[in-house]
Design a protein around this ligand. Structure first.
Ligand code: NZQ
Ligand code: ZN
Length: 386
C-alpha cells in the first residue's frame, strides 16, 4: 500500500426533506451568495422555490446565475466571476448536478485570481485561495459534491479539461434522494455509468497489498449493480435511490483510492469524446470502459480475473484466465445494455472520422497509469469501441 493523506472536509446532509436546511447551513458561512444552477429542472421540480424560500427565511441575500449546460462552458464561468466581483460575493451555492457544481468551483477559483481562470485547467497556474462552494445535489453521477475536481469545456478551443485541487471540495452538500425522482431515464443511467467508472479507475492498479480498498470497490460496485435496475422499474424508489446516491459520493470522494495508484485512462479518452461530440460523459464511459479493458487486460490478468469473479460472479471453475476475464467484460457490457446504456460508439452516432485527432489530443494530456497509453493505443481503443 502506498503512503497517503486522506481528508474530506465536506459535511454531508443526507435524506428526506434536507433541502429545507440549506438557508440555515449557508448562513453559517455567508450573508450574501451566488445561487448557481442549470437549465429548467430545478424550477420544474419546485426545488428552486424551496431553496430560495429557505435562503430568504435564513436572511441570506442571493444573486442568481442559471443556465449551466451539461459539459459546462467557460463563458458562463467568466460571467459568474464578474458577477461575484461586481457584487462583492464570497460564497457560491450550486443547485444541480456535476455540471453546475463544476461551474461553481470554477467561479470560486476565478474570483480571487487575477489571470484567466482557464490557466488552472491548462495547468499554467494553481489557485492560492478560492471562494467556498456548497451544493444541493440533484443527480448522483459525477461525485463533484464531495470531490476536489472540476471539469470545464472551453467552447472557443473545443477542449474539455479537468482540474483538481483540495481547495474546491464543497464545504457542505445536501443530498436528498427524493430530488432524483424527476430525473429522465437516460440521465439516471448516465450517472450509474459514471459512478461505476470512478470506482473502476481506482480498482485497476498494480499497487499491491490493497485488499481493503479492493473489497470496498467491489462492494460498492455490487451494490450499484444490484440497485440500479430497480430505478428503471420505479423511478421513485426512495430506498434504491438512497443507496445509489450515497454510492455515487463514495465512488469519487477518494476513499476508494487511498493507498493505491489510480488509472484514469478511460476518463481521459472519454473527455475527448464529450468535447468533440457534446455527448453525456456517462454514455461515453459505458462505451470506452469495456474497450479499454479488452485492450489492456493482459497487463495484469489476475486483477481482471479478480474483477470478473468478485464483481460479476464469473465461475472460477472455467480454469482459463482469458475466458474468465472475457466473460467478466461481457457481463459488464450486458449489464450496461440491460439498463439502457450504449456500449458502442455507433450507438451514439459516432463513426471513425475524428478518432485519430481525438487520440492525439488525449495523449497530449497523458493517458493512464495502470498502462501508459500513447495515441496509437488510444486509437486502437476507440476502434475497439466502434
Ligand atoms: O440543467 P438542468 O435543467 O438542471 O438538467 C440537468 C442536465 O440536463 C439534468 N438534471 C439534473 N438533475 C435533475 C435533472 N433533470 C431532472 N431532475 C433532476 N433532479 O441532468 C442533466 C445532466 O446534468 P449534469 O450536471 O451535466 O450531469 P452530471 O452530474 O452527470 O455531470 C456531468 C459533468 O460532470 C463532469 C463530467 O465530465 C460532465 O461535464 N465530471 C465531473 C467530475 C468532478 N467534478 O469530480 C468527475 C467526473 O468524472 C466528470 O468528469
Ligand atoms: Zn466521471
Amino acid at each position: 500500500m502506498n503512503n497517503f493523506t486522506f481528508q474530506v472536509p465536506t459535511k454531508i446532509i443526507f435524506g428526506r426533506g434536507t433541502q429545507k436546511q440549506v438557508g440555515a447551513e449557508v448562513k453559517k458561512h455567508a450573508d450574501k451568495i451566488l445561487l448557481h444552477y442549470g437549465g429548467g429542472s430545478i424550477r420544474k421540480s419546485g426545488l428552486y422555490d424551496t431553496v430560495t424560500a429557505s435562503l430568504r427565511e435564513a436572511g441570506v441575500d442571493y444573486l442568481e446565475l442559471g443556465g449551466v449546460q451539461p459539459n459546462p462552458r467557460l463563458a458562463l464561468v467568466q460571467e459568474g466571476i464578474q458577477l461575484c466581483r461586481d457584487n462583492n460575493i464570497g460564497f457560491i451555492l450550486a443547485v444541480g448536478g456535476g455540471s453546475v457544481i463544476d461551474s461553481a468551483k470554477a467561479i470560486a477559483m476565478g474570483v480571487p485570481y487575477h489571470g484567466d481562470v482557464w490557466d488552472f485547467y491548462d495547468h499554467k497556474a494553481d489557485p492560492q485561495e478560492v471562494l467556498p462552494v456548497a451544493t444541493v445535489l440533484t443527480i448522483p453521477a459525477a461525485g463533484s459534491e464531495c470531490s476536489p475536481s472540476t471539469v470545464i469545456t472551453n467552447e472557443k478551443t473545443g477542449r474539455k479539461y479537468g482540474y483538481t485541487t483540495e481547495l474546491v471540495r464543497p464545504v457542505f452538500s445536501i443530498m436528498n434522494p427524493e430530488l432524483c425522482f424527476t430525473l429522465p431515464g437516460n440521465q439516471v443511467v448516465n450517472g450509474i455509468s459514471d459512478m461505476m467508472a470512478h470506482i473502476m479507475e481506482r480498482y485497476f492498479t498494480d499497487t499491491e497489498h490493497v485488499d481493503l480498498t479492493d473489497r470496498l470497490c467491489e462492494a460498492t460496485l455490487r451494490s450499484i449493480i444490484y440497485h440500479a435496475p430497480k430505478l428503471r422499474e420505479n423511478p421513485s424508489d426512495y430506498d434504491a435511490w438512497a443507496e445509489i446516491m450515497w454510492a455515487g459520493t463514495i465512488a469519487h470522494n477518494d476513499l476508494l483510492g487511498t493507498g493505491r495508484t489510480e488509472d484514469w485512462a478511460s476518463h481521459g479518452i472519454e473527455h475527448e469524446l464529450s468535447a468533440m461530440y457534446d455527448i453525456a460523459h456517462g454514455a461515453g464511459l459505458s462505451v470506452i470502459f469495456p474497450a479499454w479493458q479488452k485492450y489492456v487486460y493482459h497487463h495484469n490478468i489476475s486483477r481482471f480475473v479478480q474483477f470478473a469473479v468478485r464483481v460479476w460472479d464469473v465461475d472460477l471453475a472455467f480454469g482459463d484466465p482469458e475466458a474468465i476475464v472475457q466473460e467478466g467484460i461481457r457481463r459488464m457490457e450486458r449489464f450496461f445494455h440491460f439498463i439502457g446504456l450504449p456500449i458502442r460508439l455507433s450507438e451514439l452516432g459516432i463513426d471513425d472520422t475524428h478518432l485519430e485527432e481525438m487520440a492525439k489530443l488525449a495523449e497530449a494530456r497523458g493517458v493512464g497509469n495502470f498502462v501508459k497509453l500513447g495515441w496509437q493505443d488510444v486509437l486502437e481503443i476507440y476502434r475497439l469501441a466502434l
